[in-house]
Each structure stands twice: as structure tokens, then as C-alpha cells.
Design a protein around this ligand. Structure first.
Ligand SMILES: [Mg+2]
Ligand SMILES: [Zn+2]
Length: 211
């Protein structure tokens, strides 16, 4: 089994965005999500979800609501024929109202804590892994963890706060395009002798040959 994973943000990336939602009845895959997950699974990537759930700290829902939400998410993966290898939730928020969770933590994205923990617990090679998200805080978390990143350019990022770790490796309009691009990049190194020095050239060649 490969140690490469694709780790996904949940809200606005893998699922249609419903702010502070933990109600299973309102959880819907974003367009193309099932196909994207199946494609990545078929190419040997493990699939994980990494999500800020500051609603716990903000008192929008109790910590205990996360487990049934995760169980439903797992069922959604099952229905697509793919395993959910792991799910990580940060319940914290520095401006929270629930004292126990109103802390500045190391797991809330853009911090890389959840990705590092996932890598430890699942033996992931983060340098061979990707983080996919819909805002630049996702990109920063992925970059700081040592992953390559895909920004789903679906209009959810509105601030575009710049930073050296906030430049995605790839920008794609939707999850299926993101999955196709990741697979293309994964296959690219086999075509060139030295990934590090040849990466840009190989990527361009691959893109052209597929286009
Ligand atoms: Mg999101
Ligand atoms: Zn946290």
C-alpha cells in the first residue's frame, strides 16, 4: 500500500458549504466528489478529511455532535465505494465562547497540526500527498505540512490574504478536475529522471501531451 494520501477540507470543498452544519440530513457531496474520490482511490491514494470545526468553541453545537457527523461522512464514502481512512476535527477557536475550546491551538488551519497528526497516525508520506481546499488557510496548512496543494477555485475564498505558504500548487475549478490533475502529477515523475530539477518541465510536457 502506498503512503500517499489526498487530504480534503470538508465544508465548501468535499461537501456543499452549509456553515456550522453537523446535521447529517444537510450533508451533500459537492459536484463530482464521488467520482474524484473513486479516481484517487483507484490510483492508490488514501483519503482523509481535515476540518476546522470552530462551531464547537463558538457554542454553535456540542463536541459530541462531531461523532455522528463523522459516521455519516463515512457512510457517504462507503456509498461511493471508497474508504475514509481518517477524519480530523479542530474544535477550537481563539474567539470562542466555550472556555474549554476557546484557545489558540496548533491544529486549527492554517496551522498544520491536524495534517501532521494524521501523517503520524496513518504513516503518511506528506511529501507524496496532497491537500485540497477551498480557501487559502487550507493551502497554508497543506504547504506547512509539506504537502502539495490544490485550491478549488469555486469563489469561497474572498480575502486572498497573501503569504509565501498560501500559493497553491494547482488551481482547479472543481473536485473532478482536481483529482485528474493530481493523478497527472503523480504519473509525471516516471517520465523524467529527476523530479526536483525536471518538475516544471515534466509538468508542462505532461499537460501539453494530455491537452
Ligand atoms: Mg472550506
Ligand atoms: Zn485546534
Amino acid at each position: 500500500m502506498t503512503n500517499a494520501a489526498v487530504l480534503f477540507d470538508k465544508d465548501g470543498t468535499l461537501l456543499d458549504d452549509v456553515p456550522y452544519n453537523v446535521d447529517p440530513a444537510l450533508m451533500r457531496f459537492a459536484p463530482g466528489a464521488c467520482e474524484a474520490l473513486a479516481l484517487l482511490h483507484a490510483h492508490g491514494f488514501r483519503l482523509l478529511v481535515i476540518s476546522n470545526q470552530g462551531g464547537v468553541a463558538l457554542g454553535r453545537f456540542p463536541f459530541e455532535a462531531l461523532a455522528p457527523m463523522e459516521a455519516h461522512l463515512r457512510g457517504m464514502f462507503d456509498a461511493c465505494g471508497v474508504p475514509l481512512a481518517g477524519a480530523y476535527w479542530c474544535p477550537h477557536h481563539p474567539a470562542g465562547t466555550v472556555a474549554r475550546y476557546a484557545v489558540r491551538c496548533s491544529c486549527r488551519k492554517p496551522q498544520p497540526g491536524m495534517l501532521l497528526r494524521a501523517a503520524n497516525e496513518h504513516g503518511l508520506d506528506l511529501s507524496a500527498s496532497w491537500f485540497v481546499g477551498d480557501i487559502l488557510d487550507d493551502i497554508e496548512a497543506g504547504t506547512r505540512a509539506g504537502c502539495r496543494t490544490v485550491l478549488i477555485d469555486n469563489g469561497n475564498e474572498t480575502l486572498w490574504e497573501p503569504g509565501p505558504a498560501r500559493i497553491p500548487t494547482l488551481r482547479e475549478p472543481n473536485l473532478l478536475q482536481a483529482a485528474l490533475a493530481i493523478v497527472r502529477e503523480q504519473e509525471a515523475p516516471a517520465r523524467g529522471p529527476k523530479l526536483d530539477t525536471m518538475k516544471t518541465a515534466t509538468t508542462n510536457t505532461t499537460r501539453q501531451s494530455i491537452a
